[in-house]
Design a protein around this ligand. Sequence first.
Ligand code: ACO
Length: 429
Amino acid sequence: MTQETLTIKDNSTGKEAEFSLLKGTVGTPVIDVSALHKKMGLFTYDPGFVSTASCKSAITYIDGENGILLYRGYPIDQLAEKCSFLEVAYLLMNGELANDAEQAEFEHEIGQHAMLHEAMRSFIDGFHYDAHPMAMMVGIVGSLSAFYHSELNMDDPEHRRISAMRMLAKMPVIAAACHRHSIGFPFVYPRADLSYCENFMNMMFSLPSQKYIDKDNYIDPVAVKALNLLFILHADHEQNASTSTVRLASSTGANPYACIAAGIGALWGPAHGGANEAVLSMLEEIGTVDRIPEFINKAKDRNDPFRLMGFGHRVYKNFDPRATIIRKTCHDVLEHISGNDPLFDLALALEEYALKDEYFVEKKLYPNVDFYSGIIYKALNIPVDMFTVMFTIARTSGWVSHWLELMAEPGQRIGRPRQIYTGKGRRDL
Ligand code: ACO
């Protein structure tokens, strides 16, 4: 990081001070205002963190203007084409791609940590059958520290690594268990001989009478490829709302399972990970192509809270590179698995209409990754209320990477923003 300075002058008091300008490897320079209050008696105000860098991180880089997304320096399209999700997870967590032996060891360990403590089954059974799976995910992941007391010395790097591996390994198992519970089906145990994505599909869909993976171990390669791709695209996205939540919770020294549960809660919202579920609900509400203009007008109406779900992004202002990759896969999957889904035709017509509309063009509102991910999940027979859970499985790799990075940082401090107080001034009873 090179360093220059920037002078800030407060015209009301005449106070003036110099602040360092920090530069990362690439990207927008950042003014280090950490001493602003000490030097000038001022705080900064930035609701929504639109102009605020909350940390230094070497994991993911996004250039929103140019639609660039890099994991540890590698472009997302190259990783999506050449890697498995667990190869990407290793990269995010460790900084480099593994060699063959390292990757085999990593995957072996994931297999070892996949099993859930049997006592967790009665915990899961305690949920009502119609509980939203995200509500179950928050509760079950948060409870992991109650089941796994060992390896919780967060000053020990090996304990931290094991905790991270546990979460990555158990997340698809918990997710599938939530689904099976909601439909009253028996849990399916994870299998160490299957890949991460195959295993998840098997745990979701296998029946005693009809194995999802048949006797020759055949599993639909298009479905597994699509799932692998979606997991890679959702693996990390620098300081998004849920990752920032994980970091903030971690800065207090809370146990990692509680921190990841906090991230799951943040991901659930429709402005974030809940968007893929919201896209499907929106498409179903629109129903037919002829009703698109009516809904576009609703989205443009300032007095109407309706927004076009799956459109817009805080960072990407030209296009979301993940949406470009996923759009192609969406075609492949639909052709291969479910024929011609009318919802996909509707989605394409909506996309075309919005991209030509002056409001969307002017505000640079493009389809984001979740515009397409829900449609693919639907084609893979994943129930709609499980869409955000799918995102959770993938994003766990990013969350644990950020958690590992933060925990290894020397002199790390508790996150504690300030405020502008707008309540009553002091008054007496
Ligand atoms: N439909 C209609 N108008 C929109 C949309 C939309 N989807 N998104 C933004 N706008 C408009 C806003 O009304 C606002 O208009 P104004 O300037 O006239 O007030 C302007 O565009 C800027 O919007 P903001 O809300 O300020 O943008 P912000 O960066 O805060 O929000 C967000 C980004 C949350 C993604 C927003 O675009 C949105 O709500 N999109 C729909 C939900 C969605 O798809 N979320 C998934 C995000 S990707 C992910 O989490 C993987």
